[in-house]
Write a protein that binds this ligand. Sequence first.
Ligand code: ADQ
Length: 486
Amino acid sequence: MTVYKKKLIVVSNRLPFVIQKDDLGNVIRKHSAGGLVTAVAPVVVENDGKWVGWPGPDYDFGEPLPESSVDDTSPTAGLKSSNVIPVALEPHLYQSYYNGCCNETFWPLFHSMPDKAVFSADYWKAYVEANELFARNTIKALENACDPDDPPLVWIHDYHLMLAAHAIRQYAANRQYKIKLGFFLHIPFPAWDLIRLFPWADEILQGMLACDLVGMHLQDYCINFIDCCSRGLGTRVDAKDMIVEHGGRYVRIAPLPIGIPYDRFRTLAVSAKRTIPEEKKVVLGVDRLDYTKGLPQRLKAFELLLAKHPEYIEKLEMLQIAVPSRTDVKEYQDLKEQMDQLVGCINGRFSTPTWSPIRYIYGTVSQQELAAFYRDAAVCFVTPLRDGMNLVAKEFVACQINDPPGVLIVSPFAGAGQNMLEALLCNPYELNETMETLHRALTMPEDERTLRMNYLRKREQSQDVDFWMKSFLRAIGRLDGEEAPV
Ligand code: ADQ
């Protein structure tokens, strides 16, 4: 584990756990299993750092936060409640800030789907207000943590909080606190032509530039951001060294692609019980049910495969696991309906008395089950129309312990498609190409599968989530024993 001795304050939309009530009415922590929590929480625990975030709708402000239990094995075990700063957001504010500005505006816009984006002054007002609240709570966390010789690092996450750094820097300057501010964007940063559609784009750019380091998954996203700063704000930029000058400070922009807890997934794959029978060939899809993930296109490509290659009838199955997501937003409700219809149509068209082509699970599965599906699938079919990185592609690779292994297909419009070079690439906008790539994956010789998978596994193992965390700390000059490169 990274041994990080400086003060660390993580700020994210959600806390690393959700506060809920159990059947007896006791307040409990329900843990989130995401890569961010797995990587960052143990470091926060170890260095007695703090986490600022929204605790979920069930938490009554004023009541004490629960401590972790003795038998807690989650990454947040040992995170003291005194080190957790819950941010109170009234339901109507949360609705306009989170469902509104974050999910109806920034999510589609940043995924290059401006037709789906809603531009609303009310949403924006709520976003500003919510960011202000996160900033104020972060300042609370900073009190007593500001040693002028060893300034704490405030690490802000994602598109929910693009303004927070600006407010935190102002507060800190007023109180003469010295701090380091880092930001990581988990989704793509789009081109200037898209960003300029957002009426308050300048404020977003300035908000992010209040940081010392802005990290993104890909060089392409960094280049877009730097271009936006230059064209939108007229700031001086050094595109080669990826530095933006702003307010008399130099802000470093860095591609820092996220990794996964590789060893955790590999270990799960070793112990997980088989759920796909050995004789079955399965094409696997695992996603949040989101219109950026290209799910209808994926089903249609599978349908085309069955139509063009009847040899797969009764021999192949597609298992699509889709986690319900943002169910309050209309676009997501429409997608759910579209998926239900498509699955019904394709199954109706091709099913035989003993076989159905698509098994569709609309729900969450445990990581143990997920690891078994990843391990035993013949192909993992990752076809987003746009995706910051895509962790599913990496988790699949970590679980490929069978000999011979399966095949990974990735869209080039996912960050993973740009650095998982030995995967098969296919453009999900073109149905025939997607179908042909799937056919190629299913008929790939064993030695080619092994060769490609060995390279993929090596890279994901060495560039895992801990590597990502260290790279971020190194880039901001906060990795113990190392100096900042800038
Ligand atoms: P997401 O859009 O949520 O993340 P992704 O990177 O694929 O997308 O991560 C999804 C996570 O959810 C994976 O860890 C996966 O195991 C889990 N998951 C998916 N379906 C599941 C199911 N049915 N049951 C249980 N777990 C399931 C955002 C960006 C991405 C970026 C990540 C990290 O949109 O582009 O890769 O952040 O930066």
